[in-house]
Design a protein around this ligand. Sequence first.
Ligand code: NZQ
Ligand code: ZN
Length: 387
Amino acid sequence: MDNFSFCTPTQVHFGRGSLDHLYDEVTAVGKKVLLVYGGNSIKRSGLYDKVKDILSDCEIYEQGGVEPNPRVTSVRAGAQLCKEHGIDVVLAVGGGSVLDCAKIICAAAYYDGDAWDLVLDGTKIKKALPLITVLTLAATGSEFDSAAVITNLDTDEKLGVLNPHLYPRVSLLDPELTFSVPANQTAAGSADIMSHIFEQYFASETNMVADGMCETVLRTVIASCPRAIANPSDYEARSQLMWASSLACNGFCSLGNGVRPWPCHAMEHELSAYYDITHGVGLAILTPRLMRFSLNEKTVERYCHYGKAVFDLPEESDRMAMAQKAIAKTEEFFKSIGLPDNLTVLGIDDKHIDDMAKHAFEHNGAFHLCMVPMTLEDIKRVYCECL
Ligand code: NZQ
Ligand code: ZN
């Protein structure tokens, strides 16, 4: 097992009624609040009114309209409000896009230059306003990690940044707030949770503790997502997805594993940058192709182990056949929850493949460290196989 250092400083309040903690958590930091939210989902569900009601004696400023694949323009506007009004605390209410946007708003509030500088170079983040999150969609794990992913439409870039100052101070996780998530977003979020695990599980060096946690999260999502789609108000299923989402992305499930280069995310972020597609949809299309790319004589046992542990596949003497079945099972699961299985149906063709591959290769910088090393040509080939 590799050495590691680990700390997640986020206070979590999980479960029904966790909004009861909102007032005390916010006012423990201050009463000048920037409320960050997305489109209309929180207004439709009544959550917006509820939050305003709870914080009725606070001075609330608003940055609404944060886009899925959040734009740096929203970050700039939010940071400006923080500077103008001397905001004490940022409250993000929404999905991963809202949380990510709020994270960089918190950092940009203390930065004199352009917020995009902080996305290009996370080491420039030296300080951030405290962030409190109320999560409404189980997917990214942003509520429990130190990452944010921001899009710049001027440069066709969607980039992730990691910095310890980006951990939320507090996250309120009430599964009931995800009852209104539609089936397509529930499925995309589930694919995202699974992909976070795959990125850490299919690594060149792994360990038993990490494997057990990763496999449990995968099995949990595979069992719970169809239940949540069939019955959106299934509290147990929504709870399992919500906690799985938080655990899957903050590194906890792969402590001690070897290097984890996250190739699928690097490739998907390019698809979202160029075509503004839903993150989890892109991941679900890429995943089986990347798995097949990295299946060879050296990795075959890893895929057999995965098939047995996650899908209860029986052992087979033909190891390649068993590994192929494990990948096919993954692909079938994504189809069964209604996710598209190719890019063509999303209207994407080969026009930008060269550019996307080049950007992914350059931005990620670690494709050569994948379980099966990937060259620029390999990345292009995998994109082509997704068409
Ligand atoms: O904008 P509103 O009206 O709120 O609607 C949203 C949006 O249209 C809707 N939604 C959210 N909660 C809802 C709801 N609709 C009904 N009921 C609810 N309770 O869902 C749509 C998608 O929301 P979004 O926040 O974009 O989805 P998600 O949570 O999947 O976030 C995706 C973003 O996070 C990034 C992705 O790249 C993408 O930009 N990621 C962030 C990560 C991180 N910070 O660690 C890691 C991930 O790998 C990922 O890259
Ligand atoms: Zn993701």
